[in-house]
Every structure is written in C-alpha cells, then in structure tokens.
Design a protein around this ligand. Sequence first.
Ligand SMILES: [Zn+2]
Ligand SMILES: [Zn+2]
Length: 346
Amino acid sequence: MKAAVFEGPGKMEVKEVPQPSCGKGEVLIKVEACAICGTDIRIYRYGQKNVKPPHIIGHEIAGTVEKVGSGVDGIKTGEQVILVTSVGCGKCKFCRKGWHNLCSNGVAIGYYYQGGFAQYMTVPEPAVSQGNIIPFPGKLSFVSASIVEPLSCCINGQDYLRINSEDIVVIFGCGPIGCMHAELAKVKTAEQIIMVDVDEKRLRMAEKFLPDIIINSSEKDPVEEIISITDGGADVIIVACGVNKVQEQAIQVSNKKGRISFFAGLPKDKPVITLDSNIIHYEEISIFGAFASYERQYREALEFIVDNKVNAEKIVTHRFPLEKIVEAIEAAGSGEGLKVVIEPWR
Ligand SMILES: [Zn+2]
Ligand SMILES: [Zn+2]
C-alpha cells in the first residue's frame, strides 16, 4: 500500500510499505479521508516527543472497515467509520469517567500508533475494545466525516462555556478551529459573534462563517475595539491561537461573569502569561482549558455534521491525493487553506 512516512522534521516520504496486519482484537480500516490538523503541521516541521520516526501520522480519519480481527464484536466489514484519537489506559479515574483524553498514561492514534496518512491502517486492540470506532450513516461523505475529530475538540472546549442566546462571543484566531467555534456558537444561538485575527487572508475566509463583526488586530487594537463594541466586555472569549499576549487580551476584554476558553496551547518554552488575579476575583471571570476530546463529543459532532447544523464542506477548502501530502501540509500551514483533507485513494 501507499503511505506517507514521516522520517524526521521536514521529511515526509510517500512510498510503498507493507499493508498492516489485522490480528486478534484489531480492525483494519481502508482510509478514505484524513484531514490535516495543526499538530500534524507541527510534527512535520519540528517533530514531537510521542512520535518516533519513521512513523505514519494523521488522526482525523474517516474510512471503511476492511477486515475485522477475531474476537471483535459489533463491527462489520464495509461499515463507514470515524476513529476516536485518544486511547486511555482504561483503568484510571479519568478513563473510568470516559475521559480518555485526560488519561495520564494515554496514547493516541496518529502519534503513538500508526495514523491515517496511508491507504490502510490498523486500529489497535485497546482502541477497538474502548469503543474508538464510531460508524456513520452512508449519506455523509468521507471528507465531511473527517471533520468530526476537530469539531469534537471544539465541542469539548465549548462544553465548559455554556453559550446561550444572551452571549456576545469573541473568537481570537480565524483558522479552521476558530471558524468551527463560530459555527458551534451559532448552533448555540449566540447573540453576536466577533472574530479577530492578525491575518487579512484568514479574516476573508472567516467571513464565510458569517460573524457579525471581524477585527483585523494588526490594524486596530482588538482590546479597545471589543470593549467599545460590547459596551464593556464580551460574555465568552475563545482563544483559538497559541499566543501569550492574546490570552492576556482575552481577560482584558471579558465582561463580568465572562467565560474564557484557552483552547490553544502556548509554546512549550514560553507557557507563562501575566494575569491580574483580582480581575478574576472581583469580576467573577472563569477561565477553562480544553485538550482533545472524548467519545461522547465525537458522537455529538457527528450529529451536528449529519444534520448540517455545522457545514463541514464550508470548512474544507482543499483536497489532495496522498502523493501531494507535503504540498497539502504547506497549504494548511501557510493559512492559504482552512481544513485540508488527504484522500489516499484519489
Ligand atoms: Zn486534530
Ligand atoms: Zn487512564
């Protein structure tokens, strides 16, 4: 089969490799679509501690069940499926609650395990037995289904924010994640959505998601703008970009009782921000984290996409065959595209 093999920072080679086996408890998937995540771009550029090259990355996967290993119940050959990325130990207090994304001994598909930038991949036994394979209805395209994973992560972030029809929502960062947050905030009937980015190109793309207001923060001070537009502050602020200063700005533009999501992580060598703790105290502001997602949120994301509450096709701007994976990563990484999807059989 053909696979894109990551061989170290800046090195990705598409080549013939043996088709993976399908042992006891495992399931072989024919990968039909695998979307490129921000973390795939970072792995390609810099490597990552959980990814040991040579390795096949890619975790936003939709495909067909090709073969079912012995001892596997409830999964049928030919079924269309998506995969949950996080694989927990199954025993710890977080796993017992279903929060496999927070398992301290957790691993993940496309990181520790081989991923989806290949024509076939094996779902390992712990993932199969944990319920990481989720079937989806035939009418949904594989490309749209590959968006379930990133959307489920946005749902995880917004679960904490309880957005409702009285909320003015600010989203910093107009990449695919920021745009999906805007779609979700719309589903939650937010009163007003303000999107902010430094990149005019990104802002033009964000316009497709019909925010009420967009702010180019390289031209205007976003804090002043937001404070004036919202008459003192926004109710919900989502930081969908890994920039220290923007996390600080999020606190500055929060209304009293504001809810803030630090959705994106900060650079590992620079994870500290300045925070006036008294603002949090006197103004009753809440700050939430979010990391990956778990099964229930995948099912919810799938429902939103199937019901067309979230339009996955609007989020996907580019599709590439496997051979052009480097070009595809560049298109996603340069901000030229929103979601870029690899179709290994094209
Ligand atoms: Zn992802
Ligand atoms: Zn665990």
